[in-house]
Design a protein around this ligand. Structure first.
Ligand code: PLP
Length: 426
Protein backbone atom coordinates (compact mmCIF):
# COMPACT_ATOMS: atom_id res chain seq x y z
CA UNK A 1 0.00 0.00 0.00
CA UNK A 2 1.40 3.41 -0.99
CA UNK A 3 2.32 5.62 1.95
CA UNK A 4 1.20 9.21 1.59
CA UNK A 5 3.29 12.01 3.07
CA UNK A 6 0.04 13.81 3.98
CA UNK A 7 -0.74 10.88 6.32
CA UNK A 8 2.83 10.60 7.63
CA UNK A 9 1.83 11.25 11.26
CA UNK A 10 -0.12 7.98 11.04
CA UNK A 11 2.68 5.69 9.91
CA UNK A 12 6.03 7.41 10.63
CA UNK A 13 6.05 6.80 14.43
CA UNK A 14 5.56 3.05 13.83
CA UNK A 15 8.48 2.91 11.39
CA UNK A 16 10.65 4.83 13.87
CA UNK A 17 9.78 2.27 16.55
CA UNK A 18 10.45 -0.67 14.27
CA UNK A 19 13.55 0.50 12.41
CA UNK A 20 15.14 3.59 13.98
CA UNK A 21 14.78 4.18 17.70
CA UNK A 22 12.00 3.66 20.21
CA UNK A 23 13.49 6.41 22.37
CA UNK A 24 13.36 8.85 19.48
CA UNK A 25 9.75 7.83 18.71
CA UNK A 26 8.76 8.45 22.34
CA UNK A 27 10.43 11.86 22.26
CA UNK A 28 8.44 12.65 19.12
CA UNK A 29 5.23 11.80 20.96
CA UNK A 30 6.18 14.21 23.74
CA UNK A 31 6.11 16.96 21.12
CA UNK A 32 2.63 16.06 19.92
CA UNK A 33 3.52 13.33 17.40
CA UNK A 34 4.12 15.92 14.69
CA UNK A 35 5.94 14.80 11.53
CA UNK A 36 7.69 17.55 9.58
CA UNK A 37 7.57 17.34 5.82
CA UNK A 38 8.41 20.74 4.34
CA UNK A 39 10.27 23.94 5.16
CA UNK A 40 10.79 27.38 3.67
CA UNK A 41 12.47 30.39 5.26
CA UNK A 42 11.69 30.61 8.97
CA UNK A 43 8.78 28.17 8.83
CA UNK A 44 8.22 24.45 8.55
CA UNK A 45 5.08 22.46 7.83
CA UNK A 46 3.98 19.16 9.34
CA UNK A 47 2.05 16.37 7.63
CA UNK A 48 -1.23 17.43 9.23
CA UNK A 49 -0.89 20.87 7.64
CA UNK A 50 0.25 22.84 10.70
CA UNK A 51 2.94 25.52 10.38
CA UNK A 52 5.68 26.13 12.95
CA UNK A 53 8.08 29.03 13.31
CA UNK A 54 11.52 27.43 13.57
CA UNK A 55 13.74 29.28 16.05
CA UNK A 56 15.46 26.00 16.94
CA UNK A 57 17.08 23.55 14.54
CA UNK A 58 20.23 23.48 16.71
CA UNK A 59 21.60 26.64 15.22
CA UNK A 60 21.61 25.55 11.59
CA UNK A 61 19.10 27.98 10.08
CA UNK A 62 20.54 31.49 10.36
CA UNK A 63 19.39 32.01 6.76
CA UNK A 64 16.19 30.02 7.23
CA UNK A 65 15.45 26.88 5.27
CA UNK A 66 16.04 26.49 1.52
CA UNK A 67 17.54 29.91 0.94
CA UNK A 68 17.05 30.54 -2.81
CA UNK A 69 20.73 31.37 -3.42
CA UNK A 70 21.86 28.11 -1.84
CA UNK A 71 19.15 26.00 -3.47
CA UNK A 72 19.97 27.44 -6.91
CA UNK A 73 23.69 26.74 -6.46
CA UNK A 74 23.03 23.18 -5.28
CA UNK A 75 20.52 22.52 -8.06
CA UNK A 76 22.98 23.68 -10.72
CA UNK A 77 25.64 21.41 -9.26
CA UNK A 78 23.26 18.46 -8.93
CA UNK A 79 22.60 18.66 -12.65
CA UNK A 80 26.25 18.92 -13.64
CA UNK A 81 28.61 17.11 -11.25
CA UNK A 82 27.48 16.25 -7.68
CA UNK A 83 30.35 13.99 -6.66
CA UNK A 84 33.93 14.13 -7.91
CA UNK A 85 36.26 11.33 -9.03
CA UNK A 86 38.74 12.57 -6.42
CA UNK A 87 41.57 11.87 -8.87
CA UNK A 88 41.37 15.15 -10.79
CA UNK A 89 41.23 18.60 -9.32
CA UNK A 90 37.74 20.11 -9.10
CA UNK A 91 36.68 23.78 -9.09
CA UNK A 92 33.82 23.86 -6.55
CA UNK A 93 35.96 22.90 -3.56
CA UNK A 94 38.60 25.47 -4.56
CA UNK A 95 35.95 28.20 -4.84
CA UNK A 96 34.30 27.21 -1.55
CA UNK A 97 37.65 27.33 0.26
CA UNK A 98 38.40 30.76 -1.22
CA UNK A 99 34.94 32.08 -0.25
CA UNK A 100 35.14 30.69 3.29
CA UNK A 101 38.68 31.91 3.95
CA UNK A 102 37.63 35.30 2.60
CA UNK A 103 35.34 35.79 5.62
CA UNK A 104 37.61 34.18 8.25
CA UNK A 105 39.94 36.00 10.66
CA UNK A 106 43.26 37.01 9.06
CA UNK A 107 46.01 34.38 9.14
CA UNK A 108 43.72 31.39 8.47
CA UNK A 109 44.71 30.11 5.04
CA UNK A 110 43.89 26.42 4.72
CA UNK A 111 40.70 24.42 4.99
CA UNK A 112 39.72 20.78 5.27
CA UNK A 113 36.03 20.11 4.58
CA UNK A 114 34.06 17.33 6.22
CA UNK A 115 30.44 16.37 6.86
CA UNK A 116 29.78 17.16 10.53
CA UNK A 117 30.98 19.34 13.38
CA UNK A 118 32.36 16.29 15.17
CA UNK A 119 34.44 15.35 12.11
CA UNK A 120 35.82 18.88 12.02
CA UNK A 121 36.86 18.41 15.67
CA UNK A 122 38.51 15.06 14.86
CA UNK A 123 40.57 16.69 12.11
CA UNK A 124 41.63 19.46 14.50
CA UNK A 125 42.71 16.96 17.18
CA UNK A 126 44.72 15.04 14.58
CA UNK A 127 46.27 18.28 13.33
CA UNK A 128 47.32 19.13 16.89
CA UNK A 129 48.88 15.68 17.29
CA UNK A 130 51.01 16.15 14.18
CA UNK A 131 52.62 19.03 16.09
CA UNK A 132 53.16 16.92 19.22
CA UNK A 133 50.19 18.55 21.03
CA UNK A 134 48.75 15.30 22.42
CA UNK A 135 47.33 16.51 25.72
CA UNK A 136 43.88 17.93 25.27
CA UNK A 137 42.40 20.66 27.43
CA UNK A 138 38.71 21.39 26.97
CA UNK A 139 36.19 23.38 28.95
CA UNK A 140 33.72 22.04 31.48
CA UNK A 141 30.27 21.61 29.92
CA UNK A 142 31.74 22.35 26.49
CA UNK A 143 30.24 20.54 23.53
CA UNK A 144 32.26 19.34 20.55
CA UNK A 145 30.26 16.38 19.20
CA UNK A 146 30.03 12.67 19.84
CA UNK A 147 32.50 10.74 17.68
CA UNK A 148 35.07 9.13 19.99
CA UNK A 149 37.71 11.87 19.74
CA UNK A 150 35.20 14.71 19.90
CA UNK A 151 33.37 12.97 22.75
CA UNK A 152 36.63 12.85 24.72
CA UNK A 153 36.59 16.65 24.82
CA UNK A 154 32.80 16.94 25.24
CA UNK A 155 32.90 17.10 29.01
CA UNK A 156 29.61 15.47 29.94
CA UNK A 157 29.55 12.27 31.99
CA UNK A 158 26.19 11.05 30.69
CA UNK A 159 27.45 11.02 27.09
CA UNK A 160 30.94 9.71 27.86
CA UNK A 161 30.24 6.96 30.41
CA UNK A 162 28.86 4.22 28.09
CA UNK A 163 31.74 4.57 25.63
CA UNK A 164 34.90 4.58 27.73
CA UNK A 165 37.80 4.27 27.23
CA UNK A 166 38.00 7.51 25.28
CA UNK A 167 41.13 9.42 24.26
CA UNK A 168 43.72 9.60 27.05
CA UNK A 169 45.25 12.77 28.49
CA UNK A 170 42.21 15.01 28.52
CA UNK A 171 41.81 17.70 31.18
CA UNK A 172 38.68 19.81 31.63
CA UNK A 173 38.91 23.29 33.11
CA UNK A 174 36.11 25.71 34.04
CA UNK A 175 34.98 27.84 31.09
CA UNK A 176 35.82 31.51 31.45
CA UNK A 177 38.47 30.86 34.10
CA UNK A 178 41.82 32.03 32.76
CA UNK A 179 43.65 31.28 36.01
CA UNK A 180 42.60 27.62 35.92
CA UNK A 181 43.70 27.32 32.30
CA UNK A 182 47.03 28.99 33.06
CA UNK A 183 47.67 26.52 35.89
CA UNK A 184 47.11 23.50 33.62
CA UNK A 185 49.11 25.01 30.77
CA UNK A 186 51.98 25.64 33.16
CA UNK A 187 52.66 21.90 33.40
CA UNK A 188 51.34 20.69 30.00
CA UNK A 189 52.95 23.53 28.05
CA UNK A 190 54.05 22.63 24.54
CA UNK A 191 52.25 19.30 24.63
CA UNK A 192 48.84 20.93 25.03
CA UNK A 193 45.96 21.53 22.65
CA UNK A 194 43.23 23.80 24.04
CA UNK A 195 39.68 23.56 22.69
CA UNK A 196 37.09 26.21 23.50
CA UNK A 197 33.90 27.80 22.19
CA UNK A 198 33.51 31.62 22.14
CA UNK A 199 30.08 31.23 23.75
CA UNK A 200 29.15 27.76 24.97
CA UNK A 201 25.96 26.83 23.13
CA UNK A 202 24.99 23.39 24.39
CA UNK A 203 26.12 24.30 27.90
CA UNK A 204 23.20 26.73 27.92
CA UNK A 205 24.54 29.87 26.20
CA UNK A 206 27.36 30.56 28.64
CA UNK A 207 29.05 33.86 27.85
CA UNK A 208 32.62 34.20 29.14
CA UNK A 209 34.01 37.45 30.58
CA UNK A 210 35.08 40.01 28.00
CA UNK A 211 38.64 39.46 26.84
CA UNK A 212 38.52 35.72 27.61
CA UNK A 213 39.37 34.55 24.10
CA UNK A 214 42.19 37.06 23.86
CA UNK A 215 43.58 35.75 27.16
CA UNK A 216 43.23 32.11 26.06
CA UNK A 217 45.01 32.88 22.77
CA UNK A 218 47.78 34.74 24.61
CA UNK A 219 48.22 31.91 27.14
CA UNK A 220 48.41 29.33 24.34
CA UNK A 221 51.03 31.45 22.57
CA UNK A 222 53.04 31.93 25.75
CA UNK A 223 53.07 28.21 26.57
CA UNK A 224 53.46 26.98 22.99
CA UNK A 225 50.05 25.28 23.09
CA UNK A 226 47.77 24.70 20.09
CA UNK A 227 44.49 26.67 20.14
CA UNK A 228 41.36 25.26 18.51
CA UNK A 229 38.35 27.58 18.54
CA UNK A 230 35.13 25.63 17.98
CA UNK A 231 32.71 27.92 16.17
CA UNK A 232 30.48 25.15 14.82
CA UNK A 233 27.55 26.78 16.61
CA UNK A 234 28.70 30.39 17.00
CA UNK A 235 30.25 31.03 13.60
CA UNK A 236 28.96 32.51 10.35
CA UNK A 237 26.95 35.34 11.88
CA UNK A 238 25.13 33.61 14.71
CA UNK A 239 26.67 35.97 17.31
CA UNK A 240 26.10 39.10 15.24
CA UNK A 241 29.69 38.97 13.98
CA UNK A 242 31.11 36.60 11.36
CA UNK A 243 32.90 34.72 14.16
CA UNK A 244 33.18 34.91 17.92
CA UNK A 245 36.92 35.29 17.20
CA UNK A 246 36.20 38.63 15.50
CA UNK A 247 34.65 40.04 18.67
CA UNK A 248 38.07 39.87 20.30
CA UNK A 249 40.38 40.13 17.30
CA UNK A 250 41.72 36.61 17.82
CA UNK A 251 43.18 34.20 15.24
CA UNK A 252 43.37 30.65 16.64
CA UNK A 253 45.59 27.93 15.12
CA UNK A 254 42.40 26.20 14.01
CA UNK A 255 38.84 27.48 13.66
CA UNK A 256 35.92 25.07 13.28
CA UNK A 257 32.73 25.75 11.33
CA UNK A 258 29.63 23.64 10.64
CA UNK A 259 25.85 23.88 11.12
CA UNK A 260 24.88 26.81 8.85
CA UNK A 261 27.95 26.44 6.61
CA UNK A 262 25.82 24.96 3.84
CA UNK A 263 22.70 26.99 4.62
CA UNK A 264 21.15 23.84 6.09
CA UNK A 265 20.94 22.18 2.69
CA UNK A 266 23.82 19.65 2.67
CA UNK A 267 25.80 18.38 5.69
CA UNK A 268 29.13 20.27 5.72
CA UNK A 269 31.71 21.33 8.29
CA UNK A 270 35.21 22.74 8.04
CA UNK A 271 38.52 22.67 9.88
CA UNK A 272 40.13 25.99 9.00
CA UNK A 273 43.80 26.45 9.90
CA UNK A 274 46.85 28.64 9.64
CA UNK A 275 49.36 27.30 7.11
CA UNK A 276 51.66 26.39 9.99
CA UNK A 277 48.98 24.43 11.85
CA UNK A 278 47.81 22.66 8.68
CA UNK A 279 51.37 21.28 8.38
CA UNK A 280 51.38 17.62 7.42
CA UNK A 281 47.82 17.86 6.04
CA UNK A 282 49.30 20.10 3.36
CA UNK A 283 52.03 17.73 2.28
CA UNK A 284 50.24 14.38 2.35
CA UNK A 285 46.76 14.42 0.75
CA UNK A 286 46.02 10.84 1.86
CA UNK A 287 46.77 11.30 5.53
CA UNK A 288 43.26 12.39 6.52
CA UNK A 289 40.58 11.67 3.92
CA UNK A 290 36.94 10.73 3.61
CA UNK A 291 34.99 9.83 0.48
CA UNK A 292 32.60 12.77 0.42
CA UNK A 293 34.92 15.41 1.87
CA UNK A 294 34.63 18.54 -0.27
CA UNK A 295 32.08 17.00 -2.64
CA UNK A 296 31.06 19.47 -5.38
CA UNK A 297 27.41 19.39 -4.28
CA UNK A 298 28.29 20.33 -0.70
CA UNK A 299 30.81 22.91 -1.89
CA UNK A 300 28.23 24.61 -4.10
CA UNK A 301 26.10 24.91 -0.95
CA UNK A 302 29.00 26.44 1.01
CA UNK A 303 29.70 29.07 -1.64
CA UNK A 304 25.95 29.79 -1.93
CA UNK A 305 25.60 30.10 1.85
CA UNK A 306 28.47 32.57 2.19
CA UNK A 307 27.05 34.56 -0.72
CA UNK A 308 23.61 34.59 0.96
CA UNK A 309 24.97 35.69 4.35
CA UNK A 310 26.89 38.50 2.66
CA UNK A 311 24.20 39.68 0.22
CA UNK A 312 21.38 39.53 2.78
CA UNK A 313 23.53 41.33 5.37
CA UNK A 314 22.72 38.54 7.84
CA UNK A 315 25.59 39.24 10.22
CA UNK A 316 24.38 42.76 10.92
CA UNK A 317 20.75 41.61 10.98
CA UNK A 318 21.63 38.90 13.49
CA UNK A 319 23.10 41.54 15.84
CA UNK A 320 20.15 43.93 15.38
CA UNK A 321 17.50 41.23 15.80
CA UNK A 322 19.24 39.83 18.87
CA UNK A 323 19.25 43.31 20.43
CA UNK A 324 15.49 43.57 19.87
CA UNK A 325 14.57 40.06 20.89
CA UNK A 326 16.56 39.63 24.09
CA UNK A 327 14.92 42.34 26.25
CA UNK A 328 11.45 41.40 25.00
CA UNK A 329 11.97 37.73 25.87
CA UNK A 330 13.37 38.69 29.24
CA UNK A 331 10.33 40.86 30.00
CA UNK A 332 7.78 38.25 28.88
CA UNK A 333 9.17 35.16 30.59
CA UNK A 334 9.81 37.02 33.84
CA UNK A 335 6.27 38.47 33.79
CA UNK A 336 4.81 34.96 33.89
CA UNK A 337 7.48 32.85 35.51
CA UNK A 338 9.03 35.36 37.90
CA UNK A 339 11.67 33.88 40.17
CA UNK A 340 11.60 30.61 38.23
CA UNK A 341 13.67 32.46 35.61
CA UNK A 342 17.27 32.67 36.73
CA UNK A 343 18.77 34.34 33.63
CA UNK A 344 17.97 35.45 30.11
CA UNK A 345 21.19 35.95 28.17
CA UNK A 346 22.47 35.94 24.65
CA UNK A 347 24.84 37.23 22.03
CA UNK A 348 23.32 38.02 18.63
CA UNK A 349 20.87 35.25 17.84
CA UNK A 350 22.17 32.68 20.30
CA UNK A 351 19.85 33.16 23.24
CA UNK A 352 19.32 31.14 26.42
CA UNK A 353 16.63 31.28 29.08
CA UNK A 354 17.77 29.56 32.26
CA UNK A 355 15.36 28.35 34.93
CA UNK A 356 15.89 27.83 38.62
CA UNK A 357 13.78 24.65 38.76
CA UNK A 358 14.51 21.47 36.81
CA UNK A 359 11.82 20.71 34.28
CA UNK A 360 10.66 24.25 33.47
CA UNK A 361 12.79 24.49 30.30
CA UNK A 362 11.35 21.21 29.00
CA UNK A 363 7.83 22.23 29.95
CA UNK A 364 8.17 25.53 28.11
CA UNK A 365 9.68 23.80 25.06
CA UNK A 366 6.59 21.56 24.85
CA UNK A 367 4.23 24.50 25.42
CA UNK A 368 5.96 26.48 22.66
CA UNK A 369 5.31 23.64 20.23
CA UNK A 370 1.62 23.78 21.20
CA UNK A 371 1.75 27.47 20.29
CA UNK A 372 3.48 26.94 16.93
CA UNK A 373 7.14 27.55 17.80
CA UNK A 374 10.11 25.19 17.67
CA UNK A 375 13.00 26.03 20.04
CA UNK A 376 15.98 23.97 21.31
CA UNK A 377 16.79 22.25 24.53
CA UNK A 378 20.50 22.36 25.45
CA UNK A 379 22.38 19.06 25.34
CA UNK A 380 24.62 19.92 28.30
CA UNK A 381 22.16 22.02 30.33
CA UNK A 382 18.68 20.67 31.02
CA UNK A 383 17.61 23.90 32.72
CA UNK A 384 18.20 26.13 29.69
CA UNK A 385 15.81 26.73 26.80
CA UNK A 386 17.81 27.90 23.80
CA UNK A 387 16.68 30.00 20.86
CA UNK A 388 18.67 30.11 17.62
CA UNK A 389 16.36 32.06 15.28
CA UNK A 390 16.99 32.86 11.63
CA UNK A 391 18.28 36.39 11.01
CA UNK A 392 15.43 36.70 8.50
CA UNK A 393 12.56 37.00 11.00
CA UNK A 394 10.13 39.63 9.78
CA UNK A 395 8.25 41.97 12.11
CA UNK A 396 5.23 39.69 11.90
CA UNK A 397 7.38 36.58 12.63
CA UNK A 398 8.77 38.39 15.64
CA UNK A 399 5.29 39.30 16.81
CA UNK A 400 4.17 35.68 16.35
CA UNK A 401 7.20 34.47 18.33
CA UNK A 402 6.71 36.86 21.24
CA UNK A 403 2.99 36.15 21.39
CA UNK A 404 3.72 32.39 21.47
CA UNK A 405 6.33 32.87 24.22
CA UNK A 406 3.80 34.93 26.14
CA UNK A 407 1.06 32.31 25.95
CA UNK A 408 3.41 29.33 26.43
CA UNK A 409 4.99 30.99 29.50
CA UNK A 410 1.51 31.64 30.94
CA UNK A 411 0.56 27.95 30.47
CA UNK A 412 3.87 26.79 31.95
CA UNK A 413 3.41 29.10 34.94
CA UNK A 414 0.11 27.36 35.77
CA UNK A 415 2.07 24.11 36.41
CA UNK A 416 4.06 25.69 39.26
CA UNK A 417 2.89 26.94 42.65
CA UNK A 418 2.63 30.74 42.67
CA UNK A 419 5.03 30.90 45.64
CA UNK A 420 7.83 29.50 43.48
CA UNK A 421 7.34 32.37 41.02
CA UNK A 422 8.00 35.00 43.68
CA UNK A 423 6.12 37.58 45.75
CA UNK A 424 4.49 39.32 42.76
CA UNK A 425 2.77 36.04 41.83
CA UNK A 426 1.81 34.79 45.27
N1 PLP B 1 30.92 21.84 18.24
C1 PLP B 1 29.92 22.61 18.73
C2 PLP B 1 30.26 23.89 19.40
C3 PLP B 1 28.60 22.20 18.59
O1 PLP B 1 27.61 22.98 19.08
C4 PLP B 1 28.32 20.99 17.93
C5 PLP B 1 26.94 20.54 17.79
O2 PLP B 1 26.02 21.01 18.38
C6 PLP B 1 29.39 20.22 17.47
C7 PLP B 1 30.68 20.68 17.63
C8 PLP B 1 29.15 18.91 16.81
O3 PLP B 1 28.58 19.08 15.56
P1 PLP B 1 27.80 17.89 14.86
O4 PLP B 1 26.56 17.65 15.66
O5 PLP B 1 27.52 18.41 13.48
O6 PLP B 1 28.72 16.71 14.87
Amino acid sequence: MARLIEDAHGWVPGLYRRHLSTGRATLGEMFGGQVEVESAGCWLRTSDGRRFLNVGGYGVFLMGARHPTVVAAVQRQLHTHPTASRLFLEPRVALAAEALLGVCPPGLERVHFSGSGAEAVEAAIKMARTHGRRRLISMENGYHGKTLGALSVTAREVFQAPFRPLLPDVTHVPFGDVTALAAVLAYLGEEACVLAEPVQGEAGVIIPPEGYLRDVAALCRAHGAFFVLDEVQTGLGRLGSWWGADREGVTPDVLLAGKGLSGGVVPVAATIATSQAFGVFDRDPFLHTSTFSGSPLAMAAVTGAIQAITEDDLVRRSAALGDRLLPELDRIVRAHLGDLVSAVRGVGLLIGVEFAEPGVAGELLIELVQHGVIANHSLNAGSVLRLTPPALLTDSDLEFLLDAVDRASASTARCYPAALRGPAHA
